[in-house]
Design a protein around this ligand. Structure first.
Ligand code: GLU
Length: 428
């Protein structure tokens, strides 16, 4: 990765985008705390992570050279309990992004009422261009570098963009070796055989589906036959398209980083899932593709941005042609766009609620690890549904009662727990 002094224009844009994500998160946190009647000092405490560690990880590459990677771990607030959140491997990771994502994890944990605060990690790397042994050495190196600030009762990592259960297994093994005892509760999203939970792999998508059903009910939309567009075909987007297809909805558009596919009569999702690669790429195998920009503006009932941030902005919010937008990705809609969608009476289910299914089942996994007693898939899914249905109703009702949009309502519900716990601990 180039040093900060020699950033390309593209890298500068990326940094500016990520910085604005953090700023807009802070703006909404401020608004939420003010509406809840908290003083300025509470905002001062919660506007940034309590702790942010930057690490440099030397990795021996397969060709014998050594590459030094930069990684981060942010811990937003540990007033409620240990911090919790994924680790992403991506070339565009920035410090501001990891900070914003850790704050979002606090909000998610608050909204679904888990005994955690938020944390997040990231490494600037492109796993698509690395071999498995190189990814393993990088994963282990990262755990060694952050080992002092993480642990089953301190900060519990999990998968995120371009990390998976195999990477969690390597990280868990490295941590267990350092501590000299088996520590499955150090990390979630592990393979089943190493203490993973049934239902974790599909949990984010299931949480989104439950939010879609709840939003559809309130908007009088029948999910059966509803036209759905999904941006992104990775872990969340892929399973989500499948579950929606299975429940009788018509998935008319999907996309990956390189383009999008559209069929007004519904796409053959099973077939597309069969031919996608492990990073969710599938459109490169087709000739008649449309752009991601065109995909977002397709007429549909439900639009699900499940890819990257800053997709619905002031430039296209006026042309979004959906009745409901459910954010499966983190930060896909800017604040201006949130306002425009609200004015146009498009119901927006915010990321911090819609994508909280993953961390909810991560919590179930951690509880099972602590108990040493494991649940069936049915038990996990029933508990997940209860949590998401209840959390959706709480945020929706708050939005109605306070006459605010669902994003601000979700922030109000999410941040309250952090503020109250910090107050009870005597910090503010
Ligand atoms: N990375 C996921 C998220 O952003 C899951 C975090 C977790 O399971 O702890 O919600």
């Amino acid at each position: 990765m180039a040093a900060t002094t020699t950033l390309t224009n593209e890298q500068k844009n990326n940094h500016a985008n990520k910085a604005s994500l953090l700023e807009s998160t802070q703006t909404v946190i401020h608004e939420a705390l003010t509406k809840l009647g908290y003083k300025e000092e509470t905002h001062e405490l919660l506007k940034e992570p309590l702790r942010m560690l930057t690490v440099r990880i030397p990795v021996k590459m397969d060709d014998g050279s050594v590459k030094v990677f930069t990684g981060y771990r942010a811990q937003h607030c540990d007033a409620v309990g240990p911090t919790k959140g994924g680790v992403r491997f991506h070339p565009e990771v920035t410090e501001e992004e990891v900070k914003a994502l850790s704050i979002w994890m606090s909000l998610k944990c608050g909204i679904v009422d888990l005994p955690y605060g938020g944390g997040k990690g990231g490494i600037i790397c492109d796993p698509r261009e690395m071999s498995f042994p190189e990814i393993e050495r990088l994963s282990r190196g990262y755990v060694r570098a952050i080992s002092q600030i993480v642990g089953p009762t301190k900060d519990i990592p999990a998968p995120d963009v371009f990390t998976n259960s195999q990477i969690m297994a390597w990280m868990m093994d490295e941590y267990s070796r350092i501590r000299e005892f088996d520590s499955p509760g150090f990390i979630t999203g592990k393979p089943l055989i190493l203490g993973g939970s049934h239902g974790r792999e599909t949990a984010t998508a299931r949480g989104v589906v439950i939010c879609i059903e709840e939003a559809a009910k309130r908007k009088g939309i029948d999910v059966k036959g509803a036209k759905v567009v999904v941006q992104g075909f990775g872990n969340a987007g892929g399973y989500l398209a499948k579950f929606m297809h299975d429940s009788g909805a018509k998935v008319i558009g999907i996309s990956d980083a390189y383009g999008a596919l559209y069929n007004e009569d519904g796409l053959d999702i099973e077939d597309l899932l069969d031919c996608r690669d492990s990073f969710g790429t599938v459109t490169n195998q087709f000739k008649n593709t449309i752009s991601n920009k065109e995909l977002l503006e397709l007429p549909c009932d439900i639009l699900v941005p499940a890819a990257i941030s800053n997709q619905i902005t002031i430039d296209n919010a006026h042309r979004i042609n959906a009745k409901v937008v459910v954010e499966a990705a983190n930060g896909p809609t800017t604040l201006e766009a949130t306002r425009i969608l609200a004015e146009r009476d498009i119901l927006l289910v915010p990321d911090v609620l819609a994508s909280a299914g993953g961390v909810t089942v991560s919590y179930f996994e951690w509880v099972q690890n602590n108990l040493g007693y494991y649940w069936t898939e049915e038990e996990v899914l029933t508990k997940l549904r209860d949590v998401i249905v209840k959390s959706f109703a709480n945020v929706y009702d708050t939005a109605q009662q306070r006459n605010v949009n669902m994003r601000l309502a979700a922030y109000m519900v999410g941040v309250r727990k952090m503020a109250e716990a910090s107050h009870l601990r005597g910090w503010i």
